[in-house]
Design a protein around this ligand. Sequence first.
Ligand code: NAP
Length: 305
Amino acid sequence: MTKVYDRVALIGLGLIASSMFWAIKRAGVAGEVTGFARSQETRDTARRIGLCDRVCDSAIEAVEEADLVVLCVPVGAMGAVTAEIAPHLKQGATVSDVGSVKRSVIEAVRPQIPEGVNFVGAHPMAGTEHSGPESGFATLFDNRWCLIVPDGASEEATERLERFWQALGANCERMEVEHHDLVCAVVSHIPHLIAYTMVGVADDLSRVSDQEVIKYSAAGFRDFTRIAASDPTMWRDVFLTNKEATLEILGRFTEELFALQRAIRTGDGDELFDYFTRTRAIRRGIIEAGQDTEAPDFGRVKATE
Ligand code: NAP
């Protein structure tokens, strides 16, 4: 594999950044990979496990001379991180991110990017419920989508970033900002909210039924509990920054739920049967499209996002 960038800097060293590092090494697409995380604990862990060629004690040191800088912090922290590194970016470099929401990231980051530096947004649609520097693995992005949101960025910088993500195993697709945020609200953000809610409801119930809900939890509910174990900071930021799209989809979801509730109350079996037949066909379509691949089993993980 040929190198796409000489030097890559990863800012934030959690699940996504650590998976990127192992995938970069597997593909050999970068010369040196530097990394920075705000806490000493994470930097110590990264050094201990050999995550990054060089772990830096400041974000400024990590981005100096980097050809690609990837912001791998929660969406709500992207603006502050950019403010710190912006004056130290190399001319001609590209700044990108992996945030789950795009409008708010672009608004927080782009105005701070100096002349002569590119900003190209990206969102790998892959993840697990685990977080931190030790949770990453090289195959996380294999055959998953990486949505690229150029939003006016230079064609050359965008194509180069796509080559980079393809080398990490992902399939790239370009998207408009608003479309990205709406699609992600449907396929990822609201499903997570439902999982959080369902686990909360079951937890309340378990208090009156002697832990039965947990004890007898079948596959469906167990999947909810796995998704609901996802990082609280990341998901708080997703809902705070993708307010419009998530409220829009939540409104539609509530309407459908009321329709099903009415069908149950009135005993409308045809309505329920037709609804479930339609959703079953959608599920089959997902399998045929090859989007039900699970992350490799390290005894703990399944792809969620
Ligand atoms: P993670 O494992 O929790 O790691 C987050 C990293 O960001 C840590 O290194 C943390 O530093 C740092 N950080 C947290 N708050 C910060 C702040 N206020 N200022 C500076 N640094 C901060 O998170 P992740 O799952 O890799 O997610 C990173 C990004 O990827 C997020 O924007 C998320 O939306 C996106 N994403 C996540 C998934 C997923 O399923 N997890 C999928 C696709 C995209 P310390 O370790 O020092 O605390």
